[in-house]
Structure formats: structure tokens, C-alpha cells
Design a protein around this ligand. Sequence first.
Ligand code: ADP
Ligand code: MG
Length: 239
Amino acid sequence: MIELKKVSKRFGRVEVLRNIDFYVPQGRVISLLGPNGSGKSTLIKCILNLVRPSSGEIFINGASSTHFATRRDVSYMPQIARFAENITARQLFKLIGELRSLNCDPAELISYFDLLSHLDKPLGELSGGTRQKVNAVLAFLFDTPIIILDEPTAGLDPVSRVNFKQLVLREKANGKTILFTSHIMSDVEEVADEVGFLLDGKIVFKDEPRKLQDMTQQPNLEKAIASFIQSHKLHEIHS
Ligand code: ADP
Ligand code: MG
């Protein structure tokens, strides 16, 4: 599980996260939604202790996220992963496997994402989508109880996206706790048990995607979110 208690983060004068309480229970798939720049990646980086909150506390399976040992429990796919351009995917998988010193065998994931023919090319020569698949392999390579994915399906072709969603559901069935961000609402509808909606530095909604549709009386999640943001803005203006 992941728990944020009164977490705030400011970059200079800008307060990106404002007093956020957020709970991701064990075994659930939660999607973190919000417009560009709303702080989704910052919230994720706070959980990973890559960004230090200005105030508040974060717990990973009950232990403070400031303890380095909690990182062993978490796999992470960053929104933008940067590795040396001249190493190959095969070398990268070996390197990360050795660094984490956790059991792993990339073979199944490599064939799952159809990466066999790209394994020995320098990462710098791979297309954006293929790099994204390499990063996806890294996120699912280790048997950690928590998986955090920052816009994992951006840039993936339809077949890879379908495969990716299947993988998320498989890991969920294995009892994993999964937190992911996405702008692709069909992904969210298909895999998320709950959505957390980040707006103006606060979690303004956290419930099943269906509830957001009911609340806004919209036919799909994309329209529900657009309508929700609109009414939230109107409310802000009038209050
Ligand atoms: P999202 O992932 O929701 O698109 P981000 O968390 O990346 O949003 O960014 C939220 C806000 O925080 C943006 O206004 C961004 O410019 C700002 N921000 C993010 N990281 C930094 C940083 N390291 N220094 C200064 N500002 C930052
Ligand atoms: Mg982001």
C-alpha cells in the first residue's frame, strides 16, 4: 500500500501539491488523472523519494518512504527514462538486474513486447515506442509488490497497448498494487479500480471511474472528466 499524509510540495513560489491525503490500498489499480502540469509526476516522484515533499509524510507498506529500503518494494516506469544512448536493451536489462540484485528473467517480457529483434541495437537507434516498451519491460521485470507507471502507454501502438493492459491486469491478479497516470481514458476505464483526480494541487475526486460518470451524467469517462473540470472551475470562480 501507499499512503500520503498531508503532503505539500512547492517549487519556489509555485505550490504544486497542497496538503494531499491519498491512499492506495494493497492489490488495487489506481489511476492518477489530471491536466498537464497538475503535479502527477511530482506526486509520483515524492512517493519514490526522488522529489522531497516540502511537508507531509509518505508510507510504503507502512514504512516511511524516506527509508531507502522501501525502494525494494517498488518498480517504477518514469514518464521519460534516460539511459545512455549507446548501450543496448540487452545490456540495460542485465545492468538493471544486477543493480537491483532481485530475481529477474526478461525473456518472457521481451517476447511479450516483441522486442527480440531490437535487443542488440543501441537504445539511441530505437523508435520512441520501442524505447517505451524497453522501459515497460524494466517496470515489470522484478517481483515487487508495488508498481508505479507514469504515462506508460503514451507512444505505444494499439497492439502493444492491449498487451500492456493485459499485463497490468495479470499483475493485479497476482495481488500487486499499481498506480499509474494516463491521458488515454480507455486505458483507465479498462484497468483502473479507482481514479484519483488531481486539480489545482489537490485530489478533488477519488472513487470508481463509473461514479465520475454518474456524477456528471456523461456517457463516457473522457466527457465526464471534461465536464468535471468545467464545473470545478465554475465553482472556483463563484466561491
Ligand atoms: P504532470 O505530471 O501532472 O504533467 P508535473 O508534476 O510534471 O505535472 O509538474 C507540475 C508542475 O510542477 C509544473 O508546473 C512543473 O513546471 C512544475 N515542476 C515540476 N518539476 C519541477 C522542478 N524540478 N522544478 C521546478 N518546477 C517543477
Ligand atoms: Mg507527468
